[in-house]
Write a protein that binds this ligand. Structure first.
Ligand code: SF4
Ligand code: SF4
Ligand code: SF4
Length: 173
């Protein structure tokens, strides 16, 4: 009888992945467990990638799934999480992630060029342009932003990225 094939990444590769992740955070699918738990649970089968109707997931570094907002917007349908047989995702009743959009230095407005493509792409009305005497700069409302990534693809200057929301530290009196 043929021996069962173990598809799980080996420990050394997991450690390597985790080490790299500290330097360059990867975007996992929505509802993915915290990184170390996710890397331990995920076999790299990529059933979640195949299940995504928006094709915004890909087999990334080490063959593990990543979310690539340059491909389009996550609609939070949950098909990726439902396709996983390895307990690599949390419950769909939880928030999908803490990702939020952030505008970088490449923004056209920062160079004096009027542009509102990101606002136009955002279905959550999470990007505003406060009035100013110069060219208005986009500001992301973190309370409205879902981290869907629609604005990432919508930006002609590739100026928008997604990053986990960082909790504000309490200010000592
Ligand atoms: S379906 Fe689950 S085990 Fe398979 S690649 Fe996606 S997260 Fe990993
Ligand atoms: S929630 Fe749906 S659209 Fe978003 S990554 Fe998963 S399968 Fe794709
Ligand atoms: S990530 Fe989605 S919700 Fe957030 S600002 Fe961009 S388009 Fe709007």
């Amino acid at each position: 009888m043929a021996a069962a094939v173990n598809h799980r990444p080996d420990r050394s590769r997991r450690a390597l992945l985790q080490g790299r992740l500290r330097a360059r955070p990867l975007l996992r699918p929505p509802w993915a467990l915290d990184e170390s738990l996710f890397v331990d649970a995920c076999t790299g089968c990529n059933a979640c990638v195949a299940a995504c109707p928006e094709a915004v997931l890909l087999a990334g570094e080490g063959g593990l799934p990543e979310f690539d907002p340059a491909r389009g917007e996550c609609t939070f349908c949950g098909d990726c999480a439902s396709a996983c047989r390895e307990s690599a995702f949390g419950p769909l009743s939880d928030p999908p992630w803490t990702l939020r959009a952030q505008v970088g230095d490449a923004c056209l407005a920062a160079r004096g060029i009027v542009c509102s493509s990101c606002r136009d792409a955002c279905g959550e009305s999470a990007i505003r342009f406060p009035p100013t005497r110069t060219v208005p700069m986009p500001q992301v409302d973190a309370d409205r932003c879902t981290g869907c990534g629609a604005c990432v693809q919508g930006c002609p200057a590739t100026a928008i990225s997604l990053a986990p929301l960082v909790a504000e530290m309490p200010v000592e009196a």
